[in-house]
Design a protein around this ligand. Structure first.
Ligand SMILES: [Zn+2]
Ligand SMILES: [Zn+2]
Length: 116
């Protein structure tokens, strides 16, 4: 049973392309990734996709396919609130806001600090 669903936009750091990730609200209130599909930023904007409602671990559900471009299942959440593919880099540059910083592995790949 799907309680609620939203689409979060991710950017692929390998291809610099945008994709949408469908996230579903679980019975315990957590949000998890269910599906990923290619979409342009323009189209996502026109669809009115928001990425503010979904909060939680964003763990993947069974069958989550990974990034449609590079196939990774790992992601970084920048302190600007946006998401991108992750491939194990120690420092990461956010394709949304341009900020570069250290990836904090203890905090579910959250990405904070660092200068532009
Ligand atoms: Zn990717
Ligand atoms: Zn950012």
């Amino acid at each position: 049973m799907i309680l609620d669903a939203a689409v979060i936009l991710f950017k692929c750091d390998r291809t610099r392309k945008t994709y949408g990730v469908t996230v579903e609200k679980q019975a315990d209130g957590d949000w998890k990734r269910a599906w990923a599909f290619p979409i342009s930023e323009q189209a996502a904007h026109e669809e009115g996709y928001d990425y503010t409602r979904a909060n939680g671990t964003l763990d993947e559900l069974a069958g989550y396919p990974g990034c449609p471009y590079c196939g990774t299942h790992a992601f970084v959440r920048c302190s600007c609130g946006k998401f991108g593919c992750y491939h194990g880099e120690k420092t990461y540059t956010c394709l949304w806001c341009g900020k570069t910083g250290q990836v904090d592995m203890r905090d579910r790949f959250d990405f904070s600090g660092g200068a532009k």
